[in-house]
Write a new protein. Sequence first.
Length: 396
Amino acid sequence: MRKALLLRFLDAANMQRWNDKIRPVELTELDKQAHKMTIAYLLGKFEESNDKFDWIEIIEGGLFEFLQRLVVTDLKPQIFRKIKQDQASYRELNQWVFKELESIISPLGEEFCKKFKGYFSPDRTDNINRKILNAAHFYATKWEFNIIEHANPKGYEIDDIKKNLQMEQEKNYGLKGMVQLVMYDKLRNFVDLCGQLRFQIRWGHVYRTPKTSVLGHMLIVAILSYLFTIEIKGCKRRCINNYFTGLFHDLPEVLTRDIISPVKRSVKGLSRLIKQYEMEQMKEVYSMIPSEWHDEIRMFTADEFTSIVKINNKTEKVTSTDISARFNKDEFNPRDGELIKVADDLAAFIEAYSAMKNGIKSPDMDDATNSLRGKYQKQRSSVGSLNIGEIYADFD
């Protein structure tokens, strides 16, 4: 993991969507991709019994599509769709995308680069995992359009966009989750609740460029958690749990808003009280989703920075070192809370670092970068063989 890739992830927070339409709020590519993956989780839960369904393909497909969008986001959707219909043109486009990204993704290894290039092959577009990602992409776009339409009721292309989105929705009725979303308000409320985190800006008391939302931050934490887990050779279930813990770890903040660490630490016991309140309010979230998902969502959102395994159907607290040494198997359902914390801190660091590089002078930004750098530099992380200090040293 190198500095160039980390900063490139954050570029998506500057990429404006629907920028040829009147927008009552900013809609960025980072937030769209984050919302898409929360929707992909919901749709995926309804397809877990399908033999060809694979959470790793969902996670990696979402990451590869995100990387592609970092390069081609300026292409108008209608033009991008036309290019995709022409196999030769689409292949050429993706070769160019890979060349643009090769220098920053090559440190992730030859296997990662090979998977990334292979993902966009024309003969690999029709499986259940790709359908879920396509449907999640469409639904996140439709969610944004519902906001745009109110501000452009008679605007140019609005009627055409609405018809096309309706047609796309009908194409996805083969997915159980899409039918459930259309039929049930509760599931739509869950998607809306996740979407609200687009509008909660991190470091809200400080002027920053780029601004990042809680939802966008969650996606970056999820991606970092997954890539770190791959690096330490985590088992499949460990990779899945770490990714989705990263993706949902701040979900309770939709009920309390983003409260910065100095405020939480300012009054003795305040952090514990906030956490307790968040967990109480999560009952509202649980009411929106099937009961059989509750334990998993609870694992993703409660004590998210604690490393755990399941032994004899009982959750046990361990360390990430223990997981690597003794419990790195799917049967133990491991989750590295310590690794999620490392990813969360690193995401916060690059947010502050980028703001300062963009000319924002703030004691809060300065304190954050110095404190996080000091915490991890010249220190080997306890998470497997990860040396987090090397990543921070890259920013010197």
